[in-house]
Design a protein around this ligand. Sequence first.
Ligand code: NAD
Length: 424
Amino acid sequence: MESAANAQLTWRLDAEARAKAMLGAADAVDAAASELGPALTAEQGKPVAQAVAEAHGVARWLRYFALLELPREVIQDDERVFAEVVRRPLGVVAGITPWNFPLSMAGWKIAPALRAGNTVVIKPSPFTPLATLRLGMVLRDVLPPGVVNIVSGSDELGSWMTAHPLVRKISFTGSVATGKKVAAAAAPDLKRVTLELGGNDPAVVLDDADVAQVADKIFWGAFANSGQVCIAIKRVYVPERLHDDLVDALADRARSVIVGDGMAEGTQLGPINNKPQFERVGELVADALHHGATAVAGGKSLDRPGYFFAPTVLTGLSDGTRIVDEEQFGPALPVIKYQDLDDALKRANESHFGLGASVWSADPERAAGVAERLESGTAWINTHSALAAHQPFGGAKWSGIGVENGPWGLLGYTEIQVVYRSKS
Ligand code: NAD
């Protein structure tokens, strides 16, 4: 923290130098992506091509923010006063990340924090520290000392960071339960917080949707990264008429997708990352089956070493079952019938979560009208999980506070200063 605070005294002074250094950092990360990817697969499990792509994503974020300017706004300019609103950096930023996308989440914090003139200390999850530490080694060679610091350790290290007096902003990505602890830890000395927390994204299929067209996208929206995505589709609401066709299409894909070692050629889905999460997914699926659900595909772990769970499609259950109401964060998807769209939307919204949501329809205009009724930070139409550096991302309700990405995300690493000149 002291190293970050000392570095910030210089780093904050020259926006042009920062942009240049960040562009250099982006090139270095691109050049190291072929090493960062396998390190990430080894600890996280995802297919290596996706891990390499995640590393390139960090470079893309550095480039995007390097070229983004902090706004200055003149709010008064008359015979008496010249007043401008400028943006100041906050100081040392503590970034705490989860185990599902360690590199992306680190990049999402490092890039805007540095651009705004802050320095950062990042703590990856104890389940996935290696790729982030390796990223730190890459950045160490191209950025001034102390500007980016990576520390790895247990959950307790996270709470030491959030309590540390030198930290002025916490950017946290993780579960709702930990997010609430982080908010409480930030309160005594009024640290700024951005919280990107869990989700239970509904996909609402409208009655005019073409199942053959949407099934593949819904499948990957739910099962990519073996469901370990904050904005994975975690429940599907489908009109009774389309239910069986959609379930068949999803189950076909669940049965045929290649699950295996992320380093092996052809693997499409890796394992669940860690034992507690593997056990939790098993427990939620068992609970659903116990409450009368049918596993049309999967339903149990795969009989082989490792935390491999068969991609699972569940039917015959509704709200009030744990796997519908909670965040499963694994390769198991409940598909729920509805008769009345208003009722489906009410059920989709009856949740403390509000991260993402999607609407699926042959009529995008109609879908857009429905999308705006969903209580979520992002509402996609005929797709799910699409993100970009220029697109603000955040959660409604318990899914978060504040946003990351785009100019809005950049402003989250600043505070307003009014510079007021009297002309008299
Ligand atoms: P988690 O909350 O258990 O841990 C996240 C991080 O917080 C880890 O680095 C952990 O060590 C640290 N931590 C734990 N206790 C802490 C404390 N008291 N103080 C400070 N830090 C502490 O989450 P996880 O299991 O690693 O990740 C899965 C969760 O992350 C899911 O809920 C998922 O939806 C969410 N997530 C959200 C987003 C988003 O952008 N909204 C993105 C990815 C993941």
